[in-house]
Design a protein around this ligand. Structure first.
Ligand code: GLC
Length: 414
């Protein structure tokens, strides 16, 4: 067993320490990029994608199908909504997008057609033989150029997805073709939205003044209600995971180099669940002089940061026996610094939006990193308070499904 190089650990701790200056710069740069992006999106690392939606009135009602695609699992749900936050999930089917040894719809060996045929099969399962017409809202959690509320072209995959034949394509067409192949013509896709937009819709359905929707999960991204988009209010998907005016440390650069899309998604690669474990793995690989790559994930990191099973996880994932309390503290501190930086940077982007809209917003947040980790929620909340006013954030449950149903209701003119 190799020794732990404490100097490497100490240096890494410093590299991941988010200091006040870095946070202030991030916040200011975020507002600047946002405003530059509003004037000309090609000049900004924020994509400013229009959703063709305003926030809901709260009066939307009906029964809809919701397709939630974009993370580790794909879900199809039948959802009933009946005004002001009241909803019921009538049926839910959930499958992983990859199953070790069986299939992997996210790899470059899979095609868009195969992926959407798989999705159509799940839709059929959800319907349980029902052939009445039903409208479908699709939460598609990738950067997409929206042609209208129901048509969106995937700009490029993020979160390390590699499925062939989807980039540049109209995703609704792929879905419609797959539905047709299964004779599911009574299923009518009517709206396609980003998961951040779904979160904002779901949040605003219950909490007035919700102006920002955000996901803190496998990926990270935020949208907000722009009060004046060519004279109209419009929810804009920032694709803030692509924000690039943020300084990368040694490990951020290393991670980016070996990622699927080097040079893209700078902020996401620093903060999102898909990557935080990888950053930890990269430091430990150096500190333990290992030839092998480690595979810590966000769950390991959250456990280590909270002093749960530290020895066991390090032994399991890095084959290293922690020698004493000092060493154990280094492992815990590193996990903490990586996660704290993640939450602080995300909070700084929310403040960046606030300094543009200049209205105290309520922020709706969903995603496993946020929902499952109260210590990350606390870090975000405390930093929002620093802005002086009463900026509140709250958890939204079932945001993707509820948002998709609300978008479908809006498409129907309800
Ligand atoms: C990635 C996607 C973005 C999505 C986010 C959260 O950043 O590009 O569209 O909102 O992940 O799922």
């Amino acid at each position: 067993m190799s020794e732990l190089d404490k100097t490497i650990m100490q240096n890494a701790l410093r590299e991941f320490d988010a200091n006040a200056n870095a946070l202030l710069d991030l916040r200011k740069n975020f507002t600047k990029e946002l405003e530059e992006g509003l004037a000309d999106p090609s000049k900004s690392s924020l994509k400013m994608l229009p959703s063709y939606l305003n926030v809901p009135t709260g009066d939307e009602t009906g029964v809809y199908l919701a397709l939630d695609f974009g993370g580790t699992n794909v879900r199809v749900l039948k959802v009933k909504i009946w005004k002001h936050g009241n909803y019921k999930i009538l049926k839910k089917i959930e499958y992983p997008l990859k199953l070790e040894g069986k299939y992997d719809f996210t790899s470059k060996n899979a095609t868009g057609e195969q992926l959407f045929e798989f999705i159509a099969k799940l839709i059929q399962l959800t319907l349980e033989g029902n052939t009445e017409e039903i409208l479908l809202g699709h939460t598609f959690s990738f950067p997409s150029e929206q042609l209208d509320l129901n048509n969106a072209k995937l700009i490029s995959w993020t979160k390390e997805f590699q499925t062939q034949g989807v980039e540049g394509k109209n995703v609704t067409e792929l879905l419609t073709n797959a539905l047709l192949k299964r004779n599911l013509t009574h299923v009518k896709p009517v709206a396609i939205i980003n998961d951040t937009v779904a979160t904002l819709l779901a949040g605003a359905y219950t909490h007035a003044n919700t102006l920002i929707g955000s996901i803190y999960a496998t990926g990270h991204n935020t949208c907000y209600l722009e009060p004046d988009y060519n004279g109209e209010p419009m929810i804009l998907n920032l694709e803030s995971g692509g924000f690039s005016k943020v300084e990368q440390n040694t490990y951020d650069k290393l991670l980016d180099k070996t990622s699927e899309k080097p040079g893209e998604q700078f902020l996401e690669k620093m903060v999102a669940g898909r990557y935080v474990g990888e950053l930890y793995s990269l430091v430990l690989k150096q500190a333990l002089k290992s030839e092998e790559n480690f595979s810590f994930d966000s769950l390991d990191l959250c456990n280590i940061a909270q002093n749960t099973d530290v020895k066991k996880i390090i032994k399991e994932k890095a084959q290293y026996e922690i020698q004493d309390k000092d060493e154990e503290n280094l492992f815990i501190k590193l996990a903490n610094n990586i996660l704290t930086r993640s939450a602080l940077y995300i909070a700084a982007t929310y403040l960046g939006i606030y300094y543009h809209i200049r209205k105290l917003p309520t922020i709706a947040i969903d995603g496993s990193m946020y929902v499952k980790n109260t210590f990350l929620q606390t870090i975000i909340d405390e930093n929002l308070k620093k802005a002086g006013g009463n900026i509140r954030s709250f958890k939204v449950y079932d945001a993707s499904a509820l948002g998709a149903a609300i978008a479908a209701a809006k498409a129907e003119g309800k």
